[in-house]
Design a protein around this ligand. Structure first.
Ligand code: AMP
Length: 265
C-alpha cells in the first residue's frame, strides 16, 4: 500500500533478485516512504527467444526479499497488460541505442526505453533507481528523460560484486561451475585498464590491456569493449582528463555477461 503523501520511487527489475537489486531497493526505501519495485521480464529487450525463455524466474523469493526490505508496493504486470495486441508505439534513443553494447544487441535499448517509459507512466514515480552495472542502459534512460522532458529524477547506484569481483547478475546462475570460476576475468581486466589510465596511459593502451587479459581466459569470448567520456557518452581517446566509463561484454558459454567501471583517471 502506498503510504500517504510523499515522493514515489521506482526500482524497475526483471526479478531473480540478488544483493545488487536489494541495494537499489534499499537505497530507494531509505530515501522515500513510497518505494515501488517492478518485476517484469520484458520480452522486447531480448533479441534471442531462447534467452528470454531461459531467463530465471524466482517470484516467491523475490517477493520475500522485497517484503523484508520494506517496499510499499510491487508491480508485476503480465506481458499482455504491458503490450496490448495492436500496440505500435516505441521509444528509442536513435543514436545511443545503436552504439556500443547496442551494436551487438540490436533492438535491445529500444525495448528497454519503451518498457521503462510505460513503467514511469503507470507508477507516476518521482524518482527511479538504476544500477551502474548496466552503464549504457543508465545513459539511454537519462537521455530519454532529458530529451522527452519526463518529470522524473534518475539515480545511478554502484555495482554490487561477489567476493571475487564478479558483478552480481541474474544471469550468473546460468554459468557452468567452470565458467563461474573464469568470469571474474572481466573485473580483473577492467581493474587493470583503470590502473593503466590512472598511471597516465592512453585509452588505446587500456583497451589493449583488456584484450590481453580476456585473451588469457579461453572460456571468455570478448564481444565489446568501449571507453566513453562519462558526461557526453562519446568515445574517449588518448589521455582523458575527464571522468570515463569503461564497458565490457563477453560470452561464457551461451551466457552474455557485462560489467563496467566509472572513474576519473
Ligand atoms: P535487471 O533485473 O537485470 O533488469 O536489473 C534491475 C536493476 O538492477 C537494473 O537497474 C540493474 O542495473 C540493477 N542491477 C543489476 N545487477 C546489479 C548489481 N550487481 N549491482 C547493482 N545494481 C544492479
Amino acid at each position: 500500500m502506498l503510504r500517504g503523501e510523499g515522493s514515489v520511487a521506482l526500482v524497475p527489475t526483471m526479478g531473480a533478485l540478488h544483493a545488487g537489486h536489494e541495494k537499489l531497493v534499499q537505497t530507494a526505501c531509505d530515501a522515500h516512504s513510497n518505494a515501488i519495485a517492478s518485476i517484469f521480464v520484458n520480452p522486447t529487450q531480448f533479441g534471442n527467444p531462447a534467452d528470454l525463455e531461459k531467463y530465471p524466474r524466482t517470484e516467491e523469493s523475490d517477493l520475500e526479499i522485497l517484503d523484508r526490505v520494506g517496499v510499499a508496493a510491487v508491480f508485476m504486470p503480465t506481458a499482455t497488460e504491458m503490450y496490448p495486441a495492436d500496440e505500435e508505439t516505441i521509444v528509442e534513443t536513435t543514436h545511443l541505442a545503436q552504439k556500443f553494447h547496442g551494436a551487438v544487441r540490436p533492438g535491445h535499448f529500444r525495448g528497454v526505453a519503451t518498457v521503462v517509459t510505460k513503467l514511469f507512466h503507470i507508477t507516476q514515480a518521482d524518482v527511479a533507481y538504476f544500477g551502474m552495472k548496466d552503464y549504457q542502459q543508465l545513459a539511454v534512460i537519462r537521455r530519454m528523460v532529458r530529451d522527452l522532458h519526463f518529470p522524473i529524477e534518475i539515480t545511478g547506484v554502484e555495482t554490487v560484486r561477489d567476493h571475487d569481483g564478479l558483478a552480481l547478475s541474474s544471469r550468473n546462475v546460468r554459468l557452468t561451475p567452470e565458467d563461474r570460476t573464469a568470469a571474474p576475468v572481466l573485473y580483473e581486466a577492467l581493474s587493470q585498464a583503470e590502473n593503466e589510465l590512472k598511471s597516465g596511459k592512453t585509452v588505446e593502451a587500456a583497451i589493449e590491456a583488456i584484450r590481453r587479459i580476456i585473451g588469457t581466459e579461453p572460456r571468455a569470448t570478448l564481444k565489446a569493449i568501449d571507453v566513453v567520456n562519462a558526461r557526453t557518452f562519446l568515445p574517449a581517446e588518448g589521455v582523458p582528463s575527464e571522468k570515463v566509463g569503461m564497458m565490457i561484454s563477453a560470452l561464457f558459454g551461451e551466457v552474455l555477461l557485462i560489467d563496467q567501471k566509472e572513474f576519473t583517471p
